[in-house]
Ligand binder design. Structure first.
Ligand code: IDP
Length: 139
């Protein structure tokens, strides 16, 4: 089933000029980049995006990391895109990530782990709507 998911190429990756390398892995996995924009998140945007983690000890550090440098926000489209992207991203902690995944190849640590991907179709819709209007997504 064709669906869409939301992706962020995080500051640790944009800082190291890895946008193209990560996009090559995304496209190699059969996902199409149907919207993409480079943006510097405000503290308010990052806090809102990660508000489910507001009570976690790493929340402050996470918001700081996500606002330190520009990010690339994306909409990805493909068969079972949510699950397909989670698989190619790899585990949250790069030490646990499988070979060939984005996090295994590029992540620096559990916090600076190079990419975000929605964890459900419902969250994908919510996250996409935070950054893109329907007419900005060209499938
Ligand atoms: P996910 O990005 O694989 O879905 P989540 O558990 O939803 O993982 O966590 C969101 C983000 O919070 C992670 O991608 C990572 O950047 C950060 N994070 C998660 N756990 C830790 C931690 O234990 N220390 C520091 N940062 C963390």
């Amino acid at each position: 089933m064709t669906e869409r998911t939301f992706s962020i190429i995080k500051p640790d990756a944009t800082r190291r000029n890895l946008t193209g390398a990560i996009n090559a892995v995304i496209e190699g996995a059969g996902l199409r980049i149907v919207a993409q924009r480079r943006v510097k998140l405000t503290t308010e945007q990052a806090q809102k995006f990660y508000e489910v983690h507001a009570e976690r000890p790493f929340y402050g550090e996470l918001v700081e990391q996500m606002t330190a440098e520009p990010v690339v926000v994306q909409v990805l489209e493909g068969d079972n895109a949510v699950a397909a992207y989670r698989e190619v991203m790899g585990a949250t902690n790069p030490k646990d990530a499988a070979d060939g995944t984005i996090r295994k190849s590029f992540a620096l640590s559990i916090g600076e782990n190079s990419v975000h991907g929605s964890d459900s179709q419902d969250n994908a819709k919510i996250e996409i709507a935070q950054f893109f209007t329907d007419d900005q997504i060209v499938g």
